[in-house]
Design a protein around this ligand. Structure first.
Ligand SMILES: *Cc1c(COP(=O)(O)O)cnc(C)c1O
Length: 456
């Protein structure tokens, strides 16, 4: 063993932890941040410095970082029955209770829930469900998956192929048969003189052309986030889902709402797919389902799709798929409590109560000389930095403007996320208006300083 290892947590991290989704230039220059605990919307590092986490961890710590009720629910379940699987028709009682709750909360009249440990696994599971269903129904060629440019659906081989981000070229992805339709971002992709509704109609025509070109009977399903999250908080253009829904119906293409970020209140509604009237066949949930306190993903199958899948699974004797830890009762207890907290302790109500302040401050930041668009809904928002408001031309990439802003904000005790040339915010649902003001006060000061630093 290396006897020269320094004792600082930062150096120990640099020696022992391989970080994914981390800008390694920044990591090498600035070092990691090692956290010990949290309090409300704040987290604390090993030196006692506190940070407001304006991203709720990764969108998921919506009840803050030390919610006693959720912690107690976890501990109580740990004492009662800390672990079991969901194979062979066996399952923990708590997991049954959670399933009933999820169906009740869902827009479906009835259905069933399938458990995974993450959002990626949940989307990946749906791909296999679609493939098996179509294959058993005499359409083995029905395998292509449609998603959209800028979509984020996860990191497994299938879900990275579904994710519409350039970095997946590093892995030689997407795999063949994963198609990417247009991104519904009107500000970025709308044509000169085109209205928002015309834009949505054009995207719907393009989608139909894609389906016809590929062959409607080769398409297994289409996945969409209600609001694209990791794509930079892309709120769908007006009329977008209304325009594409009938096309999917026309060609019998199952529609899956990836609600991993939007689900359970982020947009101000329990479901983003209800807010935008997507009328999906399946809902995929994760992130907020356990308020970030336990790994869990859930595939919520609406009744019609569920019945069809049950039928072919019976023919095959089983649905041959499962994760060892899927449906773990600790996660189920945490989820039951988290959903109760969101519903009954007024967290969803608070999203709506403070969203006005959040959006107002976001729009104000959007008036900055170098802000192109300030967009968002509920408690998710982004400000896109541009070189020129009119042409929407981005600043030169080498300036790394959003990384600079995020790095400087971090020094001032604010965690926010650089995404391309945008700064993305998604604070915990427990946030107050005063705390929202604190976030934007720090951010405004930071933006001015960074533009001064780079000489703009
Ligand atoms: C985070 C995310 C996923 C992936 O979830 P993991 O738990 O990280 O695997 C999938 N879809 C969306 C919309 C997400 O935001």
């Amino acid at each position: 063993m290396d006897t020269n290892v320094s004792n600082s947590w930062e150096q120990r991290d640099m020696q022992a932890v391989f970080h994914g989704f981390t800008d390694l230039g920044t990591l090498n220059a600035e070092g990691p941040v090692i956290l010990t605990h949290g309090d409300g919307i704040r987290v604390f590092d090993v030196h006692g410095k506190s940070y407001i986490d304006a991203n709720s961890g990764l969108w998921n710590n919506v009840a803050g970082f030390n919610h006693q009720g959720i912690i107690d629910a976890l501990c109580a379940q740990a004492r009662k029955f800390p672990g079991y699987h969901a194979f062979f028709g066996r399952v923990a009682d708590t997991t049954v209770a959670l399933s009933e709750k999820l169906i009740e909360l869902s827009p479906f009249d009835a259905g069933k829930v399938y458990y995974t440990n993450s959002g990626s696994e949940a989307n990946d599971t749906v791909v296999k469900m679609l493939w098996m269903l179509h294959r058993r129904n005499g359409q083995p060629q029905r395998r292509k998956i449609i998603t959209r440019v800028n979509a984020y659906h996860g990191v497994t081989v299938a879900t990275a192929s579904m994710t519409g981000k350039a970095y997946n070229a590093e892995f030689g992805l997407p795999l063949p048969g994963f198609l990417h339709a247009d991104c519904p971002h009107y500000w970025r992709f709308g044509l000169e003189g085109e209205t928002e509704l015309e834009f949505s109609a054009r995207l719907a025509r393009n989608l139909e052309e894609l389906i016809l070109k590929e062959g409607p009977d080769t398409i297994a399903g289409m996945f969409a986030e209600p609001v694209q999250g990791a794509g930079g908080v892309i709120v769908p253009a007006e009329g977008y889902f209304e325009a594409i829904r009938p096309i999917l119906r026309k060609y019998n293409i199952p529609f899956i709402a990836d609600e991993v970020i939007c689900g359970f209140g982020r947009t101000g509604e329990m479901w983003g797919s209800v807010k935008y009237d997507m009328q999906p066949d399946i809902i995929v949930a994760s992130k907020c389902i356990t308020a970030g306190y336990f790994p869990m993903g859930a595939v919520i199958l609406g009744k019609a799709f569920c019945d069809a899948l049950m039928k072919v699974s019976e023919e095959a004797e089983e649905f041959p798929h499962g994760f060892t830890a899927g449906g773990n009762p600790l996660g189920s207890a945490v989820a039951l409590k988290s959903l109760a907290v969101i519903e009954d302790e007024g967290l969803l109500g608070n999203v709506n109560k403070v969203s006005g302040r959040f959006m107002a401050r976001l729009k104000k930041l959007g008036e900055h000389k170098y802000a192109g668009e300030a967009r968002g809904v509920g408690l998710m928002g982004a400000v896109e930095i541009v070189a020129d408001k009119k042409t929407k031309q981005p600043l030169p990439g080498h300036l790394q403007i959003s990384e600079r802003i995020a790095n400087k904000a971090l020094k001032k005790g604010l965690i926010c996320r650089p995404l391309g040339q945008a700064i993305v915010l998604g604070p915990p649902f427990i946030i107050t208006e005063a705390e929202i003001d604190q976030i934007f006060d720090i951010l405004e000061e930071t933006v001015d300083e960074v533009f001064a630093d780079v000489g703009l």
